[in-house]
Design a protein around this ligand. Structure first.
Ligand SMILES: [Zn+2]
Length: 351
């Protein structure tokens, strides 16, 4: 039974299924509520338009809604009066009104023929409450002004969105976050309806329970000899499923813990990297400063040596010059001239 095992291991499949159950429960509670309200609405319409029957058997067989003729014409006073009253109570008069869902000649006699005008397309052959799906009921509450007093419009649209999303979900799967979101939308509608009808009293709590159900698919074992044996097998299967889920939860928690540790380490590495970068920057600046100082010192030393050499050359030239012009009887040392004429160079380069 690989298929069953596979389905039991796919929460996304059960999430989708849970929304179906939630919508089904909502539909079951909506039916008696809508039956009562449409009766009240139709009775009010009868007081306004009268209970007279249509004698001309008016039909829509030769009429289709067009831009030039969005409202069906009648050469029958009964159907004309009902048509106008029905349109007055439509919340989307300028949009597409589903006249062709209904049989006009039955408007004064059959409340569902009136109600169908407020539904979506496709209910021409549906004639009683049990024929309408939840999408039709939500559309009816959304488009018939009789329901405005319950302040449901936005909420009905929200649940219609849920229904459409579920019907078109790929592979019948639904993510956990979508399950939570969809069930909340259903609960929100239930909470408001609970103020107006006892049917919805505990529905919100029930929807919450459905959302958190621990479901398992179990194939009936034909080899089970009796009810007790079948029950034993079911209990064993539930236990096995519970253990598998426990292991899965444990693993999920471990993965989460690891992710947290990794994230913390990542932060530490980031801080360390920043600190190293700053230190490196400081060391670099220190080295640049030292090199600068050294260059200055070397420069000074080179300059001193250069000056010493230059002075030596100048002195030699002076000595030579003086030597050539010196009186032979007068003996004056070059150093004496230097001491008289030149400043004390030795002080300059020795300091
Ligand atoms: Zn008629």
């Amino acid at each position: 039974m690989d298929t069953i095992q596979k389905l039991n291991e796919e929460p996304v499949f059960w999430n989708n299924f849970k929304v179906h159950i939630g919508l089904r429960r909502l539909g079951e509670c909506l039916e008696p509520f809508i039956d009562e309200e449409i009766t009240v609405f139709h009775d009010g319409m009868k007081q306004q338009c009268g209970s007279a029957r249509c004698e001309k058997k008016c039909e829509f067989s030769n009429w289709y809604s067009t831009c030039n003729q969005p409202i069906p014409p009648f050469d029958c006073e009964v159907c004309t009066a009902w048509r106008d009253a029905i349109l007055t109570h439509h919340s989307n008069q300028n949009g597409k009104v589903m006249w062709t869902n209904s049989k006009p000649h039955l408007w004064s006699q059959d409340k569902w023929q009136v109600a169908k005008v407020y539904m979506s397309n496709g209910h021409k052959n549906h004639n009683s409450l049990g024929d309408f799906d939840i999408a039709a009921l939500l559309c009816l509450m959304n488009q018939c002004k009789h329901f405005e007093k319950f302040k449901l419009r936005g909420l009905c649209e929200e649940v219609s969105f849920v229904r459409n999303s579920i019907m078109h979900s790929p592979n019948y799967q639904l993510k956990k976050k979508d399950l939570d979101n969809y069930m909340k939308r259903i609960r929100d509608l239930c909470k408001v309806l609970a103020k107006h009808h006892p049917n919805f009293g505990s529905l919100s709590r029930e929807i919450d329970e459905i959302q958190h159900l621990d479901l398992i698919l179990f194939a009936r074992d034909n080899q089970a000899q009796n009810k007790e044996e079948l029950e034993d097998k079911l209990v064993a299967a539930l236990e096995a499923n519970r253990k598998a889920k426990k292991t899965e939860d444990l693993l999920r928690r471990k993965v989460k813990k690891l992710e947290k540790t990794l994230s913390e380490r990542d932060e530490e590495i980031k801080t360390l990297r920043f600190s190293c970068k700053e230190k490196l920057k400081a060391v670099k600046q220190e080295v640049i400063d030292d090199i600068g100082t050294m260059v200055v010192k070397i420069g000074k030393k080179v300059l001193q040596e250069f000056l010493q050499e230059a002075i030596k050359v100048i002195l030699a030239k002076i000595e030579k010059f003086l030597g050539e012009r010196a009186q032979p009887k007068i003996s004056v040392g070059v150093s004496d001239y230097v001491q008289v004429v030149l400043p004390d160079w030795s002080c300059c380069w020795n300091s």
